[in-house]
Write a protein that binds this ligand. Structure first.
Ligand code: GCW
Length: 691
């Protein structure tokens, strides 16, 4: 080896080591909070009497550590500042004042100021900014089990380390609290709605107390999911009948025990008489009887009941109609501290659903939306799908209640006398180093918080902010990636379930297509043919007035618009109609042709995402670049898998060829039908096993 070669090798080694160091530094763990710490603390003063709270100390420390501006910062809690967690930031010359009626409002102001710094939205002299949240309760729902597994979790195991608690506190708890506070999330349900009774044992409650204490300074209140049969399963009572005096007494004692440990405990989330969970109907009582009993027990302590409306039975009635049928007759029967929690769509977090008709149908009841941040039905932690677009679609949809009110307006009680508002998101968080498995899926956690805070934010604004803070503010990265994120939901819908198709997933794990899945003896409403209804005449579920009549659950003019195949929005066509294969759509092509072209278009766009990501290489650190590249590549392969499976499978019914200008399928239908993916909790290694 010549000395020049030796020298080169040395240089390369040093560069390699430096790169490796940088690479470790960017494992995604810091989320969107990647500010550099100041060498010397910035000047921050706390004014006024409420100086001493831990929350104010955190606000002060965050700004001292990360504020880079020349201005002095003054924090104050004062009655003339915005309340309800809101805040005011005012710049006067060389001073910036951050004030709120509460210390948590001041902390939110601190994070808002740091976000402005990170995204280049500095305050000019004399400028005042005031913010207050759209929803009172901005709450994550963890579907985490006491054994550390996470239902529909794709990012490792639960961050709650029950085995180590209460003695040992994982540093993750504080980091979690900080990340949530930075986007305004102020509540969390620690455990799965499919709740174990043991969650309310004395031992578990002491563990919950330890978590609550860590989250409290960041303004986050803890809630628990409860199993309705807990008085039987844990308390040894013969019944869990909500109208039974002993049952009520048991809950009263349990709730007192909880509040002795956790004085600011938030309340209960309940999944009752749903997918086999126990509930008041087991005793001939209604959802209102069940919810109100718990609400009465919690009320003296200021607690709330979130009662889920995700209910359906394997009956003859269309699954999409059932929640409405059960809940609307109960309108006005719920206590003031009950909120009925409604999934955004009438079925179940499908790639695209119309909004649930329960929004706008229960004016005398507090209703809250539940969104799914974890991508159970959207490629899990492999596919990049930015969900703010989908959630905005729901929040901005006009329910036509009382002449016109969006889902956001209805759930923020803009049009009723109710007061307590809330929005829930099923978390995508696990103990994997980057929290969400997919670095880009952090955007969905971020977006959920931001939309709870202000449902008027646009998906674009949220995507931009996220990218600037989490990756780089270089426009050559932000502009194209923002476009990608904004397209990503539509693209996923195109390659999975276009035109209103839904629930044609592989059984149980819901990753990949299985429109043919027809397991013998299984509930029909858990099988794809129930939803797509493909036959020689056409495709789609007839929910018109002559079908299941789901359309009539919507206010006019929507009912009529949805009912008519010619006016039904084409993105919901196969949701509301059984459409003939040759039905001519607005572009002049038949339904069958459109179906094929949409699948092909989705797959092509997914492939372009991978190409675009390759172009982003100069702007992204090596570790996140490589991890995301693997995922984008898999996503484009999956899109082809979906396309080939669905186009070829439905061709069997349409008896029409896939249009000649579509490329030849990559997979044979028979092979895809014989493939069975055996996964429970997805890991990156599983990617290798897919078609
Ligand atoms: O989407 C379905 C999921 C279940 C989940 C259920 C629910 C927690 O497949 O895993 O159970 O919804 O929301 O209750």
């Amino acid at each position: 080896m010549t000395s020049v070669q030796l020298m080169m090798r040395y240089v390369l080694t040093v560069v390699g080591l430096a790169l490796a160091f940088l690479l470790r530094a960017e494992d995604g763990h810091r989320l969107w909070l990647r500010m550099e710490r100041n060498a010397a603390p910035a000047e921050v003063r706390v004014a006024g009497p409420a100086k001493k709270t831990v929350t104010l100390a955190i606000a002060r420390e965050e700004l001292a550590d990360f504020w880079k501006g020349e201005e002095r910062l003054v924090l104050s809690v004062s009655d003339d500042a915005p309340g309800r967690d809101g805040f005011r930031i005012r710049r006067r010359g060389q001073e910036i004042q951050l004030s709120s009626a509460s210390d948590i409002g001041v902390l939110y102001a601190a994070y808002a100021l740091l976000r402005r710094q990170q995204t280049g939205q500095l305050l000019s002299d004399g400028q005042t900014v005031e913010e207050s949240p759209s929803y009172d309760l901005r709450i994550l729902n963890h579907w985490d089990n006491p054994d550390g597994t996470v239902e529909r979790g794709y990012a490792g195991r639960s961050i709650w380390k029950w085995d180590e608690l209460p003695g040992k506190l994982s540093p993750l708890y504080r980091e979690y609290a900080r990340a949530n506070a930075s986007v305004g999330i102020n509540a969390t349900v620690l455990n799965n709605v499919n709740a174990k009774a043991e969650m309310l044992s004395g031992d578990m409650l002491r563990k919950v107390m330890a978590i609550a204490a860590t989250l409290r300074p960041y303004g986050i209140r803890v809630f628990l999911s409860v199993n309705f049969a807990t008085p039987k399963l844990l308390g040894g009572l013969p019944t869990a009948d909500p109208l039974d005096a002993e049952v009520r007494k048991w809950w009263t004692g349990k709730v007192e025990e909880i509040y002795r440990l956790i004085p600011d405990f938030g309340g209960f989330l309940v999944k009752a008489n749903s997918e086999g969970t126990p509930g008041p109907q087991d005793y001939g009582r209604t959802h209102a009887d069940g919810a109100n009993m718990l609400a009465d027990v919690l009320a003296p302590h200021g607690g709330v009941v979130m009662w889920r409306a995700f209910v359906y039975q394997p009956s003859n009635s269309d699954r999409a109609c059932q929640a409405y049928e059960e809940f609307v007759p109960l309108d006005g029967c719920f206590r003031d501290n009950v909120i009925v929690q409604v999934k955004n769509g009438p079925i179940d977090f499908q790639p695209r659903e119309p909004f649930s008709p329960l929004f706008g149908a229960m004016p005398h009841t507090q209703i809250m939306p539940e969104f799914q941040i974890t991508q159970e039905y959207l490629g899990q932690s492999i596919h990049t799908v930015f969900l703010a677009t989908m959630w905005k679609d729901c929040l901005d949809a006009d329910t036509y209640y009382d002449g016109g009110a969006t889902v956001a307006a209805v759930t923020q009680h803009k049009v009723s006398e109710k007061s307590l508002s809330a929005m829930a998101g099923v978390s995508n968080i696990g103990d994997t180093v980057n929290w969400t498995g997919n670095d880009m899926a952090q955007a969905n956690w971020y977006a959920f918080g931001r939309l709870c805070w202000n449902s008027h934010y646009t998906a674009r604004q949220i995507a931009e902010e996220f990218l600037q803070q989490t990756f780089t503010d270089d426009e050559r990265f932000v502009a194209p990636m923002c476009q990608l994120l904004l397209r990503s939901w539509n693209v996923a819908v195109d390659y999975m379930m276009p035109m209103g198709l839904h629930h044609i997933f592989a059984f149980s794990h819901h990753y990949g297509p299985e429109p043919w899945c027809n397991l013998e003896g299984m509930r029909p409403d858990w099988l794809p043919p129930y939803y797509h209804q493909a036959d020689s005449a056409g495709l789609g579920f007839d929910r018109t007035r002559s079908g299941s009549d789901a359309v009539s659950q919507y206010h006019e003019p929507l009912a009529t618009i949805y009912n008519d195949v010619h006016t039904c929005p084409e993105e919901y066509l196969l949701w509301f109609h059984h459409v003939p294969w040759d039905f001519v759509m607005s572009d002049g092509l038949t339904m069958w042709e459109n179906l094929c072209y949409t699948y092909y278009r989705g797959a092509e766009e997914a492939a372009r995402f991978t190409d675009l990501w390759r172009e982003m290489r100069p702007y992204v650190d090596a570790e996140r670049y490589a991890a995301m590249l693997k995922r984008f590549e898999r996503q484009s392969k999956d899109a082809v898998w979906w396309r080939d499976a669905c186009a070829q499978y439905f061709a069997r019914f349409s008896a029409r060829p896939i249009p000649a200008d579509c490329t030849k399928p990559v997979h044979l239908l028979q092979d895809l039908m014989e493939f069975h993916l055996d996964i429970d909790n997805y890991t990156a290694a599983d990617m290798e096993k897919l078609p």
